[in-house]
Design a protein around this ligand. Structure first.
Ligand code: UDX
Length: 464
């Protein structure tokens, strides 16, 4: 099929390369000329595992342009995958969606075209997009597109850091549309994914025991709400375990054991029960805020979603309290953060809990030094906080009063902790993800403090 994808962020690019991999002719449209030029040279605009390999692999089927007139007229399916950042009141800013819909309407071709919303947009946006496309078409052509146009919602559930894996091997594909033809076109487009009939790329093997993928078809509004429902539920699952972790700290329980015991119940499941510094990123904070804004619009409060946010943003203060309890004051102390990205395997810093923690520590008079395996170049460009950056483990540890693990990058587990200990002023590790081997660290002389787990080791006196 001929497919166009407007927007080349995580969702847009993952969609574009996956559909190109399946043999479709795909054109990506983006307003950013530099990004388009880089993508046409096979260079991704951000770090995402396997994206660069995939761009090379699908090159014959995928090109990028800034011009709607080159990308829209031939397309049978046009995905809108542009950004919907939060407005000050929490509702998503739909400026880019509007621009995309207008660009599409202006250049709509002669054939039947399905315009698909993949951006996370409030319920009702499908109708809004259709109205905008129709209006732009009228203004450009003086008539109606009539039956040539149908709109669908196809929410995306991919995780950053696993975007390509999640695009090729999703748990489900959800399509909401009022027009049956739109559903049929999308079913055909997704068939290789639904049937898992494609040969996997060598670097992205199919998960074992993966069967056919459920294709859920529904109305526009339900599809739009499914996206918010899924993200808010995952966010509150994490907040729930974080709330319980606070209690575990008080009663002397180990939240990892509690999470295991809870998660073995099939109705609950083990995933997204990892206590720690809480969630960040481009989705959970924005989508929970948008859900609350949507509720307000209808005079409805959503207290569970509200509480999930409150607990989440409180986790950063909890980490500060733990540091204060160990060090008494943070004034003039150097705290090293291991990890700046909002989670491992990405260099995305949006709403990163690590940065929120850094901000609190700076306000309390600490010096904050940060290490990240991939996000430092981006941090140097984007972060306005006065952080020091460490490129190596040695630079990170030298003269620091505490090390806080903020992002669970696997390589932190294999750092030479025993050798590095001697570089610290105080051998204190606060593990904001309950990720390191606390027993091993305590055995080599560290004081180890986690979230909702018993602290280990004793804090030896200041050595320098
Ligand atoms: C999320 C959803 O998972 C995805 O389906 C949706 O399409 C977009 O939003 P993403 O933001 O990429 O994906 O990251 P995710 O892996 O869900 O993690 C979100 C945050 O929660 C991270 O900051 C992570 O560190 C944190 N987290 C996750 C926890 O604190 N505990 C957990 O148990 C799981």
């Amino acid at each position: 099929m001929r497919v166009t994808v407007v927007g080349s962020g995580y969702v847009g690019l993952a969609t574009a390369v996956s559909l190109a991999y399946l043999g479709n002719r795909v054109v990506g449209v983006d307003v950013d000329g530099d990004k388009v030029a880089a993508l046409n040279r096979g260079k991704p605009p951000f770090f995402e595992p396997h994206l660069e390999e995939m761009l090379t692999l699908v090159r014959p089927n995928l090109s990028f342009t800034t011009r709607y007139e080159e990308a829209i007229p031939q397309a049978q399916v046009v995905f809108i995958a542009v950004g919907t950042p939060s407005s000050p009141d929490g509702s998503p800013d739909l400026t880019q969606v509007k621009q995309a819909a207008e660009g599409i309407g202006r250049y709509l071709g002669e054939g039947f075209t399905v315009v698909v919303n993949k951006s996370t947009v409030p319920v009702g946006s499908g109708n809004y997009v259709e109205a905008l496309v129709r209006r732009a078409f009228r203004e450009a052509h003086g008539g109606e597109p009539d039956g040539r146009l149908a709109v669908a919602s196809n929410p995306e559930f991919l995780r950053e850091g696993q975007a390509l894996h999640d695009s090729l091997y999703p748990d489900r594909v959800v399509v909401g549309a009022e027009d049956r033809r739109a559903i049929e076109v999308l079913r055909e487009l997704y068939e290789p994914i639904l049937e898992q009939s494609f040969a996997p790329p060598p670097f992205l093997p199919r998960p074992e025991r993966m069967g056919a993928v459920p294709f859920l078809t529904t109305d526009l509004a339900s599809a739009e709400l499914i996206k918010y429902g899924a993200n808010a539920f995952l966010a509150l699952k994490i907040s729930f375990i974080n709330e319980l972790a606070r209690l575990a700290d008080r009663v002397g329980a180990d939240i990892r054991e509690v999470a295991r015991g809870i998660g073995l119940d099939h109705r609950i499941g083990p995933r997204f029960l990892q206590a720690g510094l809480g969630w960040g990123g481009s989705c959970f904070p924005k989508d929970t805020a948008a859900l609350l804004a949507m509720g307000r619009e209808y005079g409805l409060s959503l207290p569970i979603t509200e509480a999930a946010r409150e607990v989440n943003f409180g986790q950063r203060n909890l980490l500060v309290d733990k540091l204060l309890a160990e060090l008494r004051t943070l004034k003039g102390k150097t705290v090293t953060l291991l990890g700046l990205a909002f989670k491992p395997h990405t260099d995305d810093l949006r709403e990163s809990p690590a940065l929120a923690l850094a901000d609190l520590l700076l306000k309390l008079g600490a010096f904050v030094r940060a290490h990240d395996p991939v996000a430092l170049p981006r941090a140097r460009q984007e972060v306005v906080l006065p952080l020091e950056y460490a490129e190596t483990p040695e630079e990170a540890f030298k003269g620091a009063d505490a090390v806080v693990l903020a992002t669970d990058w696997p390589e932190y587990r294999t750092w030479p902790w025993e050798r590095l200990r001697g570089l610290l002023r105080t051998p204190l590790v606060v593990d904001g993800r309950n990720f390191l081997d606390g027993k091993a660290l305590a055995a080599i002389g560290y004081r180890y403090v986690g979230v909702g787990i018993p602290a280990l080791g004793i804090l030896s006196k200041v050595e320098v």
